[in-house]
Write a protein that binds this ligand. Sequence first.
Ligand SMILES: [Zn+2]
Length: 305
Amino acid sequence: MTQLITTLGPKRADELAMILPHEHIFVDLRTPDQPGYAEAEAADVIRLMEPELRRAQAVGVTALVDCAPIGVGRRADILLAVSIAAGMPVVVPTGIYREPWVPDWAYSASESDLSTWMLGELQGTISGTPVQAGFVKLSAGDDSLTMCETKILRAAGHAAAQVGAAIGSHTIRGRVVRDQLDILESVGFPSSRFIWIHASADPDFELNLEMARRGAWIEYDWIGDPSTDALFLDRIQRMLDAGFGNQILLSHDRGWFDPAKPGGGIPKPYTYISEQFLPKLAAAGIHDAIIQSLIADNPFRAFAR
Ligand SMILES: [Zn+2]
């Protein structure tokens, strides 16, 4: 039986309903060498983000995937504290973001060192916390992978394949995803466990289809602005028509407490999909059973192991 690995322990499918597969509770987009990087008091993050998680629960969200790996301020201790305060299970990644957010230690680490580190977090816990990593989050340069990004990707493939975990990557261009899948397949990682994050960023929908044919998940995770709803509806409809309804993920890529801003800034809510977007899917003639699979079954299958 597969389970979703969360801050509140492993969860079975029958314990969950709607899952948001790409959101953020805490992010620092400054590079790790900046003063004050990723620093905050858990109580301050709870004060700002617990109400957002409660608002999400009120519109049906039962779990949320936080997509900030090493490089953009991952703080598993803070995610745990917020998660407990709100009673919301949160999936926390291992992995490293792209250059120039890669920390110095990762440049000097070998592929096998990186793989051992990720495997340790996927099987055990994230250093200094009781939180087990639920998946691997990576990224790639917009036009190509650097040598270091390639090393991290290969290491992730080895580690994730051993435990059957998913790898999600922030990748803007489909041709870079093509390279990523080639590399992952060469180290024995199945494309069916790969999540193409920000798949709508590539204007060429054919590339979404090409990666779906290879088995990858296609994540439409910038939903939240009425002016782009038609674009997402169109892509979802075309994916469904092509028979890939069981490989689509929907999310907002929103939140979050930003330690670079006074008081953490002003978070954006996690409620748009429930309140605004799902009614539009229904109005477009997409059956409720399909909508339920898009928001509940799909994210569970994508991340559970
Ligand atoms: Zn994101």
